[in-house]
Design a protein around this ligand. Structure first.
Ligand code: GLN
Length: 184
């Protein structure tokens, strides 16, 4: 894989850059529409999804981002990124792009604690949740890759992956490797 873009309007893009570099990928911060044609994959980081939407509109990036994600290249959407990717987002409700046929509820994991660490079901992958969305419905075309307490936390539809947790904030690189492959 060549260059992976990390949407860098807001939120936790730097930790994704480090994670991708550890896997051996080159990264570029995406802030302008002109960057999309150069990318072999894209990360939509965590942060605050309502703010991200506002900035996408302000920067005129909505259409080019939408076209890029639908173009079949690998995409990893984490937390607020997953909210952007979902079919619907509630709690509070807001627009989303619908790239992944899942419905999410915002800030629904660890409401009492805000953030917490855990381990995925059936594997030793460490998980970090930060005011994470919960996936409340998984559409028929969407595969559940990982669960926690029986609930989907990593889903995919072809090359588009969505995680409720933050794989970039632990030192396990399996998720970034699975989405983008080893560096060429
Ligand atoms: N709660 C945030 C939102 O709704 C997402 C949290 C995160 O990305 N860590 O946008």
């Amino acid at each position: 894989m060549g260059v992976i873009g990390v949407l860098a309007l807001q939120g936790g893009y730097q930790a994704h850059e480090r994670a991708l570099a550890e896997v051996g990928h080159r990264t570029v911060r995406v802030r302008y529409a002109s960057e999309f044609p150069t990318l072999d994959g894209l990360v939509l980081p965590g942060g605050e999804s309502t703010t991200m939407f506002k900035l996408l509109a302000l920067e005129g990036l909505e259409q080019s981002l939408d076209a890029y994600v639908r173009s079949g290249r690998p995409v990893l959407a984490t937390c607020a990124g997953l909210i952007l990717a979902a079919r619907t987002a509630v709690g509070p409700a807001q627009r989303s792009f619908g790239w992944l046929d899942v419905d999410v509820r915002r800030n629904a994991w660890g409401r009492q604690l805000d953030s917490f660490q855990a381990t995925a079901d059936d594997t030793d992958l460490p998980l970090m949740f930060i005011r994470a969305p919960r996936i409340e419905r998984v559409g028929p075309g969407v595969e559940t890759v990982l669960r926690y307490h029986g609930e989907p936390i990593l889903v995919r539809c072809g090359p588009i992956f969505g995680a409720t947790f933050h794989p970039e904030l632990t030192d396990d690189r399996r998720v970034h490797r699975q989405v983008f492959g080893p560096a060429s």
